[in-house]
Design a protein around this ligand. Structure first.
Ligand SMILES: [Zn+2]
Length: 164
């Protein structure tokens, strides 16, 4: 069943909930409806797709583990050198490990086998293989979650509330 994006009072995404919980928040007056998809739950109550909390809720930053899966997801499963998508994706250290490159969000990227081999033990600059996007730590676990839903193509109304 439909998921609902919950925005903070500041319009930043806060979490993802199910529509039943979203309705409860609306009825209790804790949230307002921002977007709906036109379907009616009952007359006068459209099914929400995005709601916004009326009071600001502070949430602590949650660290996202640096894993292969998460790096692939951040990079949209595409080679950061040539844009190739496919099954033969590897992880590449931008500054090679042998030259002091560390395991970090800004030094590990997704690369296809071909580019990884071609780049070898060089920096992108030395190899004349510029990165398509500067790698960095993802915003938050929620941002990660939200982009997964967006890529499924079912929650287009969420798009405008998401940065990048
Ligand atoms: Zn490539």
């Amino acid at each position: 069943m439909a998921k609902v994006l919950v925005l903070n009072a500041s319009y930043e995404p806060l979490n993802i909930t199910n529509w039943q919980r979203a309705i409860v928040l609306l009825i209790k007056g804790k949230a307002e409806q921002v977007e709906h998809n036109g379907k009616m739950i009952y007359p006068g109550m459209p099914l929400p797709t995005v709601i916004r909390m009326l009071q600001y809720i502070s949430i602590p930053y949650k660290e996202i583990p640096l894993t292969r899966r998460n790096i692939l997801h951040r990079d949209a499963h595409s080679c950061q050198y040539c844009g190739h998508t496919g099954d033969d994706l590897t992880l590449d250290h931008v500054l090679p490990r042998s030259r002091g490159g560390v395991d970090s969000w800004d030094n590990i990227i997704t690369a296809c086998v071909r580019c990884n081999v071609k780049k070898g033990n060089r920096t992108p600059k030395e190899a004349a293989m510029p990165l398509r996007k500067q790698p960095r730590r993802p915003h938050s676990g929620l941002h990660f979650e939200v982009t997964k839903y967006l890529r499924s193509g079912n929650h287009d109304e969420w798009q405008k509330y998401i940065i990048n």
